[in-house]
Ligand binder design. Structure first.
Ligand SMILES: Nc1nc2c(ncn2[C@@H]2O[C@H](COP(=O)(O)OP(=O)(O)O)[C@@H](O)[C@H]2O)c(=O)[nH]1
Ligand SMILES: [Mg+2]
Length: 329
């Protein structure tokens, strides 16, 4: 082993050793090789590692082919303004929620582990289209990599618990599963040394809080987890209790704003909001309406929070949820 290797080599070597799948091994090894200075003293090391690299690459290729069949049933096209994935243990009410608030019909069953395939549905709330995905229970021996990928490709995780069945154990199991796959709730402080992590906004929906007699149990759970920065919402899919509040909260957490356009001397069209990211400006809005507006806009007036009715605003004005905008070209 040549002794004159740079510190980056050892850092890269650590990642390579931590890698598990052939795909991860290949990626981290490629990076490792790139840290090795090219000279005679390192020739043998580089040749050895390249040989290993090609071995991992062919293994990764083979693994991809094998799971090809799975990919079709886990592969879900993104639709709507955002994607929210419902994750949790068996029987907590994931499928019931998706069946209740979307057009989808996932199987609901009191026997655990009935939903094997993720099922997407469209939830439309106050003009925002949210793709809500029902998933298989996480308390199983084997978690499909495609399932993990689906979580990583979501804008928000709705972590669901059953208040009536040891919720603390469920939350631990679910968080462990996610963190074992390097998926962390957005509020968590992850050490800088931890590379390649996915940070995703996570809300805990505590289901089966069917009536006031159960609220005290929710309060206890809430107090425990809130200290660690988690956000918990009590709901009952069966009775519909707090579901509306939950959906409002999801939209808030997605950092989405709804902005309405209006023509001069007409009312705003509230049925069709333009969905923008929080922090979007008038310029972004004009682009969303039409590229002609974006190019030719001379002025704009706005109605909403923190502005005078019909106040003229410039292109860099930051919009708020619920604003009504009149564009002039
Ligand atoms: N009491 C009560 N039962 C519920 C509620 N939501 C769902 N369930 C029941 O819990 C069981 C499991 O529901 P399901 O949606 O299949 O759970 P999943 O395994 O997480 O998809 C079913 O018998 C549902 O009827 C709720 O809010 N309250
Ligand atoms: Mg289910």
């Amino acid at each position: 082993m040549p002794t004159n290797l740079p510190p980056e080599y050892y850092e890269a070597e650590r990642h390579y050793k931590e890698a598990v799948t052939p795909q991860e091994k290949a990626e981290t090894l490629e990076n490792l090789i790139s840290t090795i200075p090219k000279h005679k003293g390192t020739d043998k090391l580089r040749a050895d590692l390249r040989r290993k690299l090609s071995k991992f690459k062919s293994q990764a290729q083979a693994a991809k082919k094998k799971t090809g069949k799975h990919e079709t049933h886990f592969h879900i096209e993104k639709e709507g303004d955002a994607r929210v994935i419902v994750v949790g243990c068996a029987n907590v009410g994931k499928s019931s929620l998706v069946a209740k608030v979307t057009n989808a019909e996932p199987e609901i069953s009191s026997s655990p582990y009935s939903s094997w395939a993720p099922t997407p549905g469209m939830m439309i709330h106050d003009g925002v289209h949210i793709q809500l995905i029902d998933t298989p229970a996480i308390d199983r021996e084997y978690i499909e990599p495609e399932f993990v990928d689906l979580v990583k490709n979501s804008d928000l995780i709705l972590l669901m618990l059953d208040l009536q069945a040891y919720p603390l154990q469920q939350v631990e199991k679910t968080i462990d599963m996610l963190e074992n796959h390097r998926i962390y709730a957005a509020h968590k402080d992850i050490p800088d040394t931890e590379k390649r992590v996915w940070k995703i906004s996570t809300i805990i929906a505590v289901n089966k809080d069917d009536g006031e007699n159960l609220d005290e149990e929710f309060d206890v759970l809430n107090e425990l987890l809130r200290e660690e920065g988690w956000i918990l919402l009590p709901v009952s899919v069966e009775t519909g209790r707090n579901l509306n509040d939950m959906m409002n909260f999801v939209i808030k957490e997605l950092k989405i704003i709804r902005v309405y356009s209006k023509r001069p001397h007409e009312e705003a069209d509230y049925s069709q909001p333009f969905i923008l990211k929080s922090g979007a400006t008038l310029d972004d809005f004009a682009l969303a309406v039409h590229k002609d507006f974006h190019e030719k806009m001379k002025s704009a007036r706005i109605w909403g929070k923190g502005v005078r009715d019909g106040q003229p605003v410039g292109r860099d004005h930051v919009l708020s949820d619920g604003d009504v905008v009149e564009l002039h070209i």
